[in-house]
Design a protein around this ligand. Sequence first.
Ligand SMILES: Cc1ncc(COP(=O)(O)O)c(C=O)c1O
Length: 367
Amino acid sequence: MNYSDLAPPYIRAIAPYQPGKPIAELERELGISGIVKLASNENPLGCSSLAVAAMQEAIKTIALYPDGNGFELKDALSKRYRVAHANIVLGNGSNDLLELAARAFLTVGDKAVYSAHAFAVYPLATQAVGATGISVPAINFGHDLQAMRKAAVAQQAKLIFVANPNNPTGTFLGAAELLDFLRALPTNILVVLDEAYNEYLPESCRYDSVSWMKEFPNLIISRTFSKAFGLAGLRVGYALAHEQVADMLNRVRQPFNVNSVAQAAAVAALQDEDFVRRTNALNQCGMEQITAGLKRLGLEYIPSYGNFIAFRIGDGLKMYRRLLELGVIVRPVSSYDMPEYLRVSIGTENENEKFLAALQQAIEESK
Ligand SMILES: Cc1ncc(COP(=O)(O)O)c(C=O)c1O
């Protein structure tokens, strides 16, 4: 008996998500230590000390179930963004919210639109509910919003995923472009605007998508505590949406999808604006350091607005393996139809230096 035959064909067709390699696994495999991991867009500064203190406090009541409504966290978000609790959905990472959106609104025969080279979870979440994903060709690796809108309308899609900035390309859509897209789109098509890297945007690129919710009831904004807030291991994110949309997402989520430690840490992390500022400053310096290094090595890269950057190296997988042996974990992106590229997360100055030195060595060896 082949048990995979019991699963519906659309589940069997899912290509498993490839997570970044954990440091401990690689150290075991290669018998080396001091490995630098720049593969999962994590925060090299760790997280806020306020969040650490809140976690320690929350651990004391770990025998109890978490607040299934996430009152404190919703309250903090509601004050920050001036939205009602009814407009907020909490998730086990923002990944959860992307899946909840697919589960709440899509079924077999429905369609969702996303861009080529867009975050891998959009096709995964779409396929997991038996819906059909429509991948729209990108322009210079960025989303072609007009083509995405046209495809969605022509094919009667229910949902469009837009990543801003996108992972793994780091490409960014400005407020005017997004607004033109939303204004031209029929309001019966939902838009998930995935802003996982929002806090990394430079001042000049910032926009207030939350204020757009009044004009666009079809807009679902998703954000996370995994990136600039440094809480990736806890798994906590949130969506802001029209209350009817939020209600549907809440109906399909697990009652206790966000654990109590994560809720407490997220509330504290939100208050620590200085930590996010320091994160941003470090990221900006690191981005300059890495782009300068890539230029020195004569490598092409895609200008990035996140805490990572994709660069062109030829045989991405081969270079990924060589960098592993040299003690640096980056992310191959061949599954994003970018086999000639690798993605590296921005680390501390030392980590970035180690990455650039390893890259230089690997390039010289291959000459
Ligand atoms: C564009 C984008 N959206 C969402 C996520 C999901 O992150 P999390 O589930 O940790 O919030 C990621 C993580 O890499 C991402 O790159």
